[in-house]
Design a protein around this ligand. Structure first.
Ligand code: ITT
Length: 193
């Protein structure tokens, strides 16, 4: 089984969550910076999978070590799936929740369904593989909780927002947690472990 992966990301929270999930499984996750790749590839794809592959390939070409990239975002039903792949660019950092709440102020309770989506691309010398997973919930009416990042304070999973959960609670039910589980199963099967 693989023991070390590079993660192609400039998002410290994604890196932290990937480490929380993969290190108990015996996989060390190096940041792209630790692996010597300072790059910010142009994410010009129109799907999570396209963008995940763009990021994974860009870093793999520099580091030549097994690399993963996460492309993720929030898809809100009442907004036709927006912000989706544009979630990171929807509003200046720290203002995304307020903007979303404002955009949804007239949407009734039964139409506030949303899903976080995550695609992870994995690349090594002879493999390019993607896995995807969702986390379904609803958009609340106010920001709640101090944990997590991005849209977590407005994303309700049951009674709690993801920002009200501990890291362990979030990772158990999150899109990223589920996608990384799938990646782990893929790597395990591939190695015949
Ligand atoms: P990298 O491309 O460098 O990995 P990024 O933040 O730009 O970092 P994305 O393009 O995949 O990454 O954008 C994902 C955005 O979706 C992220 O910035 C958050 O706003 C949101 N997002 C993704 N996962 C989330 C999570 O678990 N909780 C809250 N918001 C999340």
């Amino acid at each position: 089984m693989i023991k070390k992966l590079v993660m192609a990301t400039n998002n410290a929270n994604k890196l932290r969550e990937a480490r929380e999930i993969l290190s108990p499984l015996g996989i060390e996750v190096l940041s792209q910076r630790e692996a010597g790749a300072e790059c910010e590839p142009d994410e010009n794809g129109t799907t999570f999978a396209e963008n995940a592959v763009i990021k994974a390939k860009a870093v793999y070409e520099i580091v030549n070590l097994p690399t993963i990239a996460d492309d993720s975002g929030l898809c809100v039903d009442a907004l036709g799936g927006r912000p989706g792949v544009y979630s990171a660019r929807y509003a200046p950092k720290g203002e995304e929740c307020a903007k979303l709440l404002d955009e949804m102020k007239d949407i009734p309770d039964d139409k506030r369904q949303a899903a976080f989506s995550c695609t992870i691309a994995y690349i090594d010398e002879n493999t390019l593989h993607t896995v995807s997973a969702d986390c379904k919930g609803k958009i609340g009416y106010e920001e709640k909780g101090e944990n997590g990042f991005g849209y977590d304070p407005v994303f309700l999973y049951g009674e709690k927002t993801l920002a009200e959960m501990t890291a362990e609670e979030k990772n158990k039910i999150s899109h990223r947690g589920a996608a990384l589980e799938k990646l782990y199963s893929f790597l395990k099967e591939r190695n015949g472990d």
